[in-house]
Design a binder for this molecule. Structure first.
Ligand code: FES
Length: 157
């Protein structure tokens, strides 16, 4: 009976149980989920390594979501509809992932020797300098971005 009571108390809440046993704790019971969100100062938080606040996306580059960016030097960040290109460890460029030709977003590859993104829908290629027109539909639009302390801030506009 005594053991069952102790088991019950431990299951309910360890600090309550300890109070029963004469130990005073100031710590309150918690489900443990209260402190999980890190909203980065008011942004819409998730656990995917980035926050969104209006048009501003702040990316934690070391997060596993961006492992492809680190290993391949570029990625199609489809959740935020952008292409990201790694120039070096502290220099990145971000673009819309909407193909200038007909808006296809998911058929991108990157040709490092030409420094161009290619859209496989109709095989048109686009320079990454933010100014030069590609094979069809004009230039691939860049977003304003900046790097600081492992985070890339992109302003989608
Ligand atoms: S939609 Fe991309 S090349 Fe046509």
């Amino acid at each position: 009976m005594k053991n069952k009571r102790r088991e019950f108390l431990m299951n309910v809440c360890p600090s309550v149980a300890m109070a029963f046993m004469g130990v005073t704790l100031l710590e309150s019971c918690s489900s443990g989920g209260d402190d999980e969100a890190d909203n980065g100062g008011g942004g819409n938080s998730n656990n995917q390594g980035y926050t969104v606040n209006g048009n501003t996306v702040v990316i934690t580059l070391s997060h596993s979501t961006f492992a492809t960016l680190n290993s391949n030097g570029w990625m199609n960040f489809t959740a935020q509809k952008m292409l990201i290109l790694k120039i070096d460890a502290s220099t990145y460029r971000a673009f819309t992932n909407s193909c200038p030709h007909q808006g296809v977003r998911t058929k991108w590859s990157y040709n490092s020797s030409q420094d161009k993104f290619k859209c496989g829908e109709h095989n048109n290629s686009y320079p990454t300098d933010c100014t030069t027109n590609g094979d069809a539909g004009g230039k691939l639009n860049c977003y304003t971005s900046s790097y600081s302390a492992g985070k890339l801030t992109v302003i989608k506009s």
